[in-house]
Structures are given as structure tokens and as C-alpha cells.
Ligand binder design. Structure first.
Ligand code: FE
Ligand code: FE
Ligand code: ZN
Length: 280
């Protein structure tokens, strides 16, 4: 199983520290932000100990597809109300895609955004227009994340993700990240995961799925809330999440935990052990 979690990337060891943190959890995949998710301050990637990090990854059998970057929340390509927000989305996405390539990662996870005060159709068309202005370097695939439908978020139905992908000129540089908490909150019934995969395959195509975010949810199915819970502590439950984690059709896809810290401590080592134990 390819499984890991969100990890921190901070001074002084940056990427090397992030890989070490992942390995300390028994993970063989990891996801990180290249800077603070809420602001635009960015440290140059040249100081991030990239070569040493990749050496450590190689020694542990982790290739570039297991190193995943998450774009910051400030990127909102669906906003047509404030032009400066859309412009920032284009420039910041282009920069983060460049940084993804620089740190030697393959996948960049991106929230498709929120339409704010317009409507879902306008939001989707705005997102398509902005993404078509962004510059995604060779070797990087931007993975649109399935959302919970909180507030005015777009991308909470597979049909909406498919519509965005269909509108992209460089569609081959885009794929999908499926978040279990988000789609449960959006109304999908994960207890029949084969049916969810069939629907995903019919509407988007399973070959476009590159990352799974494995989270439990604090809320009931369809709540449109987006509050993550620890594995087995939420409304999706341990059995269903284990079935997803061990599902043969998505065995090749990295599963990334974004579950909350418990008493200020990362829960990932225990959660990974707990999920792996299930197979025995
Ligand atoms: Fe996300
Ligand atoms: Fe997520
Ligand atoms: Zn979430």
C-alpha cells in the first residue's frame, strides 16, 4: 500500500525534514505545502535540501509520484467577482507548479475554488478560464480536489470536475485528487465504494485519479461541511476507510492522511499502523 500523510516543510531542513518526518510515521508517501497555505510568502527552493531529500527517498524506495504538493488555499480560480483574486490564482498556481517541479514532485493538488456571490455555472467557467491562463511545467500534473460543497465551493460533484477538465486546453496536465471526507460530506455513499469508483470512472475516468486524501468526517453524509476526523472517529468509519485503503482498483494510488492532530501531536504513525494491520 502507498500511504502517507500531510507533513511539515520548515526551516532549517525543509524537504529533507519533510521526508524524515514521513519516514518516522512508517509512511512511503507524503504531502506538503511549499510555503504557508494562507499567505504568499515563499522561501526559495534552492535552500530546501532537495538533493539530500531525494537521496533519502530513493534509499527508501519512494519515487517522485509519492511526493505530493498541495497548493495554498488563497488560490481561488473560480472567483469572478474580484479580478485581483483571479489574477493571483493564475500567477500563484503557475509559481507553485514551478516550485513543484523544482522540488522534484509530480503532483500538485488544487482546490477548484469558490464562486462567492455568483453561481455554480459562472464559477466553473471562471475556473476554466483562469486555469487556461496558468503555466504548468512539463512533468507536473495538477490534481483538482473533489470538494465538500461548503459555502460556494465548486467541484463537489464528479460532473463538475469533469466539466472543468473538459474545458482545459492542456487537459493532459490535469487530473484529480479524491478526498474521502469531502465526497462523503458532498453526499456520496462510501460504504459502497465500488459504486463510487464506477461512477467516477464513468464521469471522469479512473485513469485521471492520482491522489486519494484518506480522512474520516465529523459530519453526516451530505452535510456539506468539510470537518476532518481521525480514522475511525467519524461518520465514515474504520471499516469503510480500510476497505478504501486496501481496495485493489486503486492500489497504485497514494493515500494521504489529513486527519487532525490529537493533543498537539500528529496521529499519523498510529493511523498508518492501524490501517495496515487490517490486511492481516
Ligand atoms: Fe485539500
Ligand atoms: Fe483534502
Ligand atoms: Zn478538507
Amino acid at each position: 500500500m502507498i500511504i502517507g500523510s500531510h507533513v511539515q516543510m520548515k526551516a532549517p531542513d525543509y524537504l529533507l525534514g519533510a521526508v524524515r518526518e514521513a519516514l518516522s510515521y512508517g509512511a512511503n508517501a507524503l504531502m506538503l505545502y511549499t510555503g504557508a497555505p494562507q499567505n504568499t510568502k515563499r522561501v526559495d527552493t534552492s535552500v530546501m535540501k532537495i538533493e539530500e531529500a531525494h537521496r533519502l527517498m530513493r534509499e527508501n524506495g519512494l519515487d517522485a509520484s509519492r511526493l505530493i504538493v498541495h497548493a495554498p488555499y488563497i488560490i481561488n480560480p473560480a472567483n469572478s467577482v474580484k479580478p485581483e483574486v483571479g489574477e493571483l490564482a493564475v500567477s500563484f498556481l503557475s509559481m507553485d507548479a514551478q516550485r513543484t517541479a523544482q522540488i522534484g514532485a509530480k503532483y500538485l493538488v488544487l482546490h477548484p475554488g469558490s464562486y462567492t456571490t455568483t453561481d455554480i455555472t459562472t464559477g466553473i467557467q471562471t475556473a476554466i478560464a483562469h486555469l487556461n491562463e496558468a503555466c504548468i511545467p512539463d512533468g507536473v500534473t495538477v490534481c483538482l480536489e473533489t470538494m465538500a460543497g461548503k459555502g460556494s465551493e465548486i467541484g463537489y460533484r464528479f460532473e463538475q470536475i469533469a466539466e472543468i477538465l473538459d474545458g482545459l486546453k492542456q487537459s493532459d496536465r490535469y487530473g484529480v485528487c479524491l478526498d474521502t471526507c469531502h465526497i462523503h460530506d458532498a453526499g456520496y455513499d462510501l460504504s459502497d465504494f465500488d459504486a463510487v469508483l464506477d461512477e467516477f470512472d464513468r464521469i471522469i475516468g479512473l485513469s485521471r485519479l492520482h491522489v486519494i486524501h484518506l480522512n474520516d468526517s465529523r459530519n453526516i453524509r451530505g452535510a456539506a461541511k468539510d470537518r476532518h476526523a481521525n480514522i475511525g472517529d467519524g461518520m465514515i468509519g474504520y471499516e469503510t476507510l480500510c476497505r478504501i485503503a486496501h481496495h485493489p482498483r486503486i492500489a497504485h494510488i497514494p493515500k494521504i492522511l489529513e486527519t487532525p492532530y490529537i493533543d498537539g501531536k500528529a496521529p499519523y504513525k498510529e493511523e498508518i499502523e492501524h490501517i495496515l494491520k487490517k490486511a492481516e
